[in-house]
Design a protein around this ligand. Structure first.
Ligand SMILES: [Zn+2]
Ligand SMILES: [Zn+2]
Length: 161
Protein backbone atom coordinates (compact mmCIF):
# COMPACT_ATOMS: atom_id res chain seq x y z
CA UNK A 1 0.00 0.00 0.00
CA UNK A 2 1.30 3.39 -0.95
CA UNK A 3 1.11 6.33 1.39
CA UNK A 4 -1.74 8.78 0.88
CA UNK A 5 -0.58 12.10 -0.39
CA UNK A 6 -2.39 15.42 -0.23
CA UNK A 7 -1.44 17.99 -2.87
CA UNK A 8 -2.18 21.01 -0.72
CA UNK A 9 -2.55 20.78 3.04
CA UNK A 10 -4.79 23.85 2.99
CA UNK A 11 -7.48 21.93 1.09
CA UNK A 12 -7.98 19.45 3.92
CA UNK A 13 -10.44 20.65 6.53
CA UNK A 14 -8.80 20.32 9.90
CA UNK A 15 -12.04 20.26 11.87
CA UNK A 16 -13.33 16.93 10.52
CA UNK A 17 -13.11 13.99 12.94
CA UNK A 18 -11.16 11.87 10.43
CA UNK A 19 -8.98 14.65 9.05
CA UNK A 20 -5.39 13.51 8.42
CA UNK A 21 -4.25 16.77 9.93
CA UNK A 22 -5.46 15.53 13.30
CA UNK A 23 -3.81 12.16 12.86
CA UNK A 24 -0.67 11.94 14.96
CA UNK A 25 1.25 10.34 12.12
CA UNK A 26 0.69 13.13 9.66
CA UNK A 27 0.56 16.09 11.96
CA UNK A 28 3.53 17.34 13.94
CA UNK A 29 1.58 20.02 15.70
CA UNK A 30 -2.09 20.49 16.41
CA UNK A 31 -3.78 22.51 13.71
CA UNK A 32 -3.89 26.11 14.75
CA UNK A 33 -7.12 27.86 15.71
CA UNK A 34 -7.59 29.41 12.29
CA UNK A 35 -7.69 26.02 10.54
CA UNK A 36 -5.13 24.34 8.32
CA UNK A 37 -4.40 27.30 6.07
CA UNK A 38 -0.98 28.05 7.48
CA UNK A 39 0.21 24.45 7.71
CA UNK A 40 2.95 23.29 5.37
CA UNK A 41 3.75 19.75 4.36
CA UNK A 42 7.12 18.19 5.11
CA UNK A 43 8.76 14.81 4.82
CA UNK A 44 10.36 13.59 8.03
CA UNK A 45 14.10 13.14 7.50
CA UNK A 46 14.14 10.24 9.93
CA UNK A 47 11.08 8.06 9.14
CA UNK A 48 10.12 9.46 5.70
CA UNK A 49 6.54 10.02 6.77
CA UNK A 50 4.60 13.02 5.58
CA UNK A 51 3.58 15.55 8.18
CA UNK A 52 2.37 19.09 8.49
CA UNK A 53 3.71 21.93 10.58
CA UNK A 54 3.14 25.65 10.88
CA UNK A 55 6.83 26.42 10.49
CA UNK A 56 9.88 24.89 8.89
CA UNK A 57 10.45 21.43 10.37
CA UNK A 58 12.73 18.50 9.64
CA UNK A 59 11.16 15.79 11.78
CA UNK A 60 7.58 14.66 12.39
CA UNK A 61 8.02 14.19 16.13
CA UNK A 62 10.36 14.67 19.07
CA UNK A 63 11.04 10.94 18.95
CA UNK A 64 12.30 11.17 15.35
CA UNK A 65 14.39 14.24 16.17
CA UNK A 66 16.06 12.41 19.05
CA UNK A 67 16.64 9.31 16.96
CA UNK A 68 18.30 11.37 14.22
CA UNK A 69 20.36 13.27 16.77
CA UNK A 70 21.64 10.08 18.37
CA UNK A 71 22.50 8.61 14.98
CA UNK A 72 24.42 11.74 13.98
CA UNK A 73 26.03 12.06 17.38
CA UNK A 74 27.26 8.48 17.57
CA UNK A 75 28.60 8.57 14.02
CA UNK A 76 30.76 11.60 14.67
CA UNK A 77 32.07 10.60 18.09
CA UNK A 78 32.75 6.87 17.77
CA UNK A 79 36.24 6.18 19.09
CA UNK A 80 38.40 3.28 20.12
CA UNK A 81 39.10 2.49 23.75
CA UNK A 82 42.56 3.58 24.88
CA UNK A 83 42.92 0.30 26.74
CA UNK A 84 41.34 -2.55 24.74
CA UNK A 85 41.15 -0.65 21.38
CA UNK A 86 37.52 -1.70 20.82
CA UNK A 87 35.19 0.86 19.22
CA UNK A 88 32.66 2.42 21.56
CA UNK A 89 30.24 5.33 21.82
CA UNK A 90 31.39 7.70 24.53
CA UNK A 91 28.69 9.11 26.79
CA UNK A 92 30.72 12.26 27.33
CA UNK A 93 33.41 14.07 25.35
CA UNK A 94 36.39 13.22 27.58
CA UNK A 95 35.67 9.48 27.86
CA UNK A 96 38.63 7.49 26.52
CA UNK A 97 37.86 4.02 27.92
CA UNK A 98 34.92 1.84 26.87
CA UNK A 99 34.17 0.60 30.39
CA UNK A 100 35.10 1.03 34.04
CA UNK A 101 37.00 -2.26 33.77
CA UNK A 102 39.23 -0.75 31.07
CA UNK A 103 39.47 2.48 33.06
CA UNK A 104 40.68 0.54 36.11
CA UNK A 105 43.07 -1.59 34.09
CA UNK A 106 44.61 1.53 32.55
CA UNK A 107 44.86 3.17 35.96
CA UNK A 108 46.63 0.15 37.43
CA UNK A 109 49.06 0.05 34.50
CA UNK A 110 49.77 3.76 34.79
CA UNK A 111 50.24 3.44 38.54
CA UNK A 112 52.60 0.47 38.11
CA UNK A 113 54.52 2.56 35.56
CA UNK A 114 54.80 5.47 37.98
CA UNK A 115 56.09 3.17 40.72
CA UNK A 116 58.78 1.93 38.35
CA UNK A 117 59.94 5.36 37.17
CA UNK A 118 59.52 7.04 40.53
CA UNK A 119 61.68 4.36 42.17
CA UNK A 120 64.49 4.90 39.67
CA UNK A 121 64.34 8.71 39.97
CA UNK A 122 64.28 8.63 43.78
CA UNK A 123 66.90 5.88 43.94
CA UNK A 124 64.69 3.59 46.01
CA UNK A 125 63.43 0.06 45.39
CA UNK A 126 60.01 -0.55 43.87
CA UNK A 127 58.48 -1.91 47.08
CA UNK A 128 59.35 1.31 48.91
CA UNK A 129 58.05 3.40 46.01
CA UNK A 130 54.83 1.38 45.98
CA UNK A 131 54.54 1.96 49.71
CA UNK A 132 54.90 5.74 49.28
CA UNK A 133 52.22 5.77 46.55
CA UNK A 134 49.97 3.74 48.81
CA UNK A 135 50.24 6.41 51.50
CA UNK A 136 50.29 9.62 49.44
CA UNK A 137 48.17 8.60 46.48
CA UNK A 138 49.31 8.63 42.88
CA UNK A 139 49.52 12.40 42.42
CA UNK A 140 52.72 13.48 44.26
CA UNK A 141 54.77 10.72 42.60
CA UNK A 142 53.20 11.53 39.29
CA UNK A 143 54.28 15.15 39.65
CA UNK A 144 57.85 14.01 40.36
CA UNK A 145 57.80 11.71 37.34
CA UNK A 146 56.39 14.42 35.05
CA UNK A 147 58.79 17.04 36.40
CA UNK A 148 61.62 14.70 35.44
CA UNK A 149 60.38 14.83 31.83
CA UNK A 150 58.32 11.65 31.59
CA UNK A 151 55.02 11.60 29.70
CA UNK A 152 52.38 8.85 29.70
CA UNK A 153 52.14 7.23 26.28
CA UNK A 154 49.26 4.72 26.44
CA UNK A 155 51.41 1.74 27.45
CA UNK A 156 54.17 3.29 29.52
CA UNK A 157 56.00 6.36 30.76
CA UNK A 158 58.41 7.71 28.19
CA UNK A 159 61.22 10.14 28.78
CA UNK A 160 60.54 13.10 26.49
CA UNK A 161 63.85 14.84 26.20
ZN1 LIG B 1 9.37 10.85 11.67
ZN1 LIG C 1 38.04 -1.01 26.52
Amino acid sequence: MSKLTYPIAGLIPANLPNSPLKNGHFSATKPTQGGADDLNRYICLQCDCEFTATQNAKYCSAKCRQKAYRKRHSQTTIRSCSNCLKDFYPSHASQVYCSSACNNAAYRRRRAGIVLVFASIAGIDQLTADDILERTGIKPARRVVEAAGYRWNVTGWELMR
